[in-house]
Design a protein around this ligand. Sequence first.
Ligand code: ADP
Ligand code: MG
Length: 228
Amino acid sequence: MPVIAFANPKGGAGKTTSALLLACELAAKGAAVSIIDADPEKWISQWGALPGKPENVRILSEVTEDTIVDQIEDAAAAAQFVIVDLEGTASLMVANAIGMADLVIIPTQGASMDAKGAAKTIKLIRNQARMARREIEHAVLMTRTSAAVASRALKNVREQLDKAGIDIFSTSIVERAAYRDILDYGGLLSGLDPRQVSNLDKAMENAREFAGEVLAKLRSSATRTKAA
Ligand SMILES: Nc1ncnc2c1ncn2[C@@H]1O[C@H](COP(=O)(O)OP(=O)(O)O)[C@@H](O)[C@H]1O
Ligand SMILES: [Mg+2]
């Protein structure tokens, strides 16, 4: 059903990490989730090859700009959620995936280089929306934020986005060792050992909040579409 794409041409913005966190949360609730791994680094495919991948998560690893539209359409017909992890460039593949998305999440670190990437992505989304003559819901997700301090740079980015009328997730993805560990060891956050991973409970809470906000956004955009 809904297609959620993660885009920002900046590498290291947190696309793959937040895509995997969302997929894991939805799968833990029992939903059938398909992940389209369009990141050339193939982190999510590698995660899927490790033990602990839930059975209700399917990963499609062979994706090209020619096949991605068909693959998203097929996956959306079969799964309850389709998550697309995109590459860190502005390519035809990224444009195609955005054209198919119900929600585009733009992970952004506080740094200004990332914000520039976010601005590029928003421009691309707006163009795709004009071409398709429909709204494409999108929102910026602040990533790798510090649990301890709300930095001035981060506050600045939030204010700028807000002024520009760009939707921002109120949940940020905090920098947590647990988020690196699931990529290394496989499985869900709940499968990690709290004695070995610091602040695992907080990492789980943060991921849950993020997924909850995604679901709320999907619900409110579905209501708007119906009303239109
Ligand atoms: N919230 C986070 N906490 C800890 N490490 C993170 C977090 N977000 C990203 N990372 C790490 O930063 C690197 C880049 O993140 P990644 O999600 O792969 O970004 P992208 O897909 O945008 O290139 C990876 O090594 C990842 O493990
Ligand atoms: Mg990536």
